[in-house]
Design a protein around this ligand. Structure first.
Ligand code: ASP
Length: 444
């Protein structure tokens, strides 16, 4: 029985947090693998700075106030090591190594140092507490990265190597980086989640724990619904729908790795280890219609109209290929007779191609002049596998929105049935979340 446990940056921001992590690890002997992030923001300001260590390291790599940021990184590690009372020789070795590494200029190498030295600190701390453990470093293990669809990912070879991790003692492992073409490379922001997920998958762990400063996944964005409860259980499908539409407690690639082997994921709060948590898993028995409400902000949509569009083969394909060639990811499609609407992030449209060029390409490739744009749209989604076999969820949600005077621009649902979405004006998106939350969750 192996539990892989990953701690995020806020869980390791200072000595007090390290101590909480140690208590969590030792609370269950099945916790055999500990993956660590770099320290996040802390209460300790240095030269007025209060940054995630990774952000400070990236600033160094971009040549921004190098001395100040290097002092900050060193100061943060020094303060944690001092408060943890790490043995002097070990402390010096960590700090001297870090100091030397901070003079490098390679972005990925620098970015990886937060995790690298945090793992070394954690290992030294566990040693000092007489907790038997070993340090496993990706560069020593030869965990290589390759190009993936969404940036770097672990190579099949490194996953084979991960299978060989022996859990005879507690393993401390830095997340977020590996080796690519002989050099250190990173997995992208939030990548330690992926390290944990891949190791959990490789070891066929019984559980993958992801500890953050949040008590799991909330039923709605707490900035909109202050007391939104934690969702106790979610399926991978539900998490995916909630996550794509606005929830960000877990990196999706970590979930994908676990999903393949049906490894459940537990998201908990390091500051309240015995408190509520969210368990994400293959299936669950729902006793409610809707479990959460999510929101994706700032979308634009283009409406394309053409007579007899429906009779043409490949019309949608041609439209989508204009966007894929421009590198603009599209989100939703809504089609009706002689009309196709495509939704995408406003920001992507602005950044990737001038609108007149995009319009010309659409008009030429689709042979129609009728191309119209709209901005300021949000997609609000009610999520829950219980809605699939439940009558009246669309009626109830649309009525609730109507009673609030909210116009629905578009709507749809996934055939597999975990979500129903409503496109609404950005200006009323938060009210739409509140309305749907009140209709299904608060007053259920
Ligand atoms: N430290 C990296 C970041 O801030 C990776 C991680 O925390 O997962 O994105």
């Amino acid at each position: 029985m192996v539990i892989v446990t990953k701690f995020g940056g806020t869980s390791l921001a200072d000595a007090e947090q390290f101590d909480k992590v140690k208590n969590i690890i030792t609370d269950n002997a099945e916790r055999k693998v500990v993956v660590v992030s770099a320290p996040g923001k802390s209460k300790v300001k240095i030269d007025g700075l209060d940054l995630k260590i990774t952000d400070a390291l990236l600033k160094i790599s971009k040549n921004e106030k190098v001395e100040e940021h290097a002092r900050y990184v060193l100061g943060r590690f020094e303060s944690i090591a001092k408060e943890l009372q790490i043995e002097n020789k070990e402390k010096q070795s960590i700090l001297t190594g870090l100091k030397a590494d901070l003079t490098h200029t390679n972005e990925s190498f620098l970015a990886s140092r937060g995790e690298h030295y945090n793992a070394r600190l954690m290992y030294a701390y566990l040693q000092s507490q007489k907790i038997s453990s070993k340090l496993i470093l990706p560069e020593e293990q030869g965990w290589t990265l390759v190009d993936g669809k969404f940036g770097n990912r672990y190579s099949p070879k490194s996953m084979q190597k991960m299978k060989m991790i022996s859990t005879d003692a507690l393993c401390v492992i830095p997340g977020y980086y590996g080796i690519k073409k002989g050099k250190i490379a990173t997995l992208g922001r939030g990548g330690s989640d992926i390290t944990g997920g891949e190791i959990a998958a490789a070891l066929r762990a019984t559980l993958y724990e992801n500890w953050t400063d949040q008590p799991g996944v909330k039923a709605a964005d707490p900035r909109i619904i202050q007391n939104a409860p934690t969702i106790p259980e979610l399926t991978y499908d539900e998490m995916r729908v909630l996550g794509v539409r606005g929830f960000g407690v877990l990196h999706f690639e970590a979930m994908l790795a676990c999903e393949v082997h049906k490894i459940p994921i537990l998201v908990g709060n390091t500051n309240d280890p015995h408190g509520v948590k969210t368990r994400i898993m293959e299936d669950r028995l729902p006793n409610e219609q809707v479990i959460g409400v999510s929101k994706l902000d700032n979308l634009a949509y283009v409406t394309i109209q053409k007579r007899m569009m429906d009779e043409e083969t490949g019309f949608t394909e041609k439209a989508l290929s204009v966007f894929s060639k421009a590198g603009i990811p599209t989100d939703l499609y809504s089609a009706s007779v002689d009309e196709l609407a495509i939704f995408m992030p406003e920001k992507e449209v602005k950044e990737k191609m001038p609108l007149d060029v995009l319009n010309r390409q659409l008009r030429e490739s689709l042979d129609t002049e009728n191309v119209y744009w709209n901005n300021d749209v949000a997609i609000v989604t009610i999520v829950g596998k219980g809605m699939k076999n439940s009558i009246g969820v669309i009626a109830k949600s649309a009525t609730a929105l109507a009673n609030e005077g909210i116009n629905i621009i578009t709507t749809g649902n996934a055939i597999r049935g975990s979500g129903i979405y409503y496109g609404v004006r950005q200006a009323v998106a938060n009210i739409a979340v509140e309305t749907l939350y009140n209709a299904f969750i608060e007053k259920k």
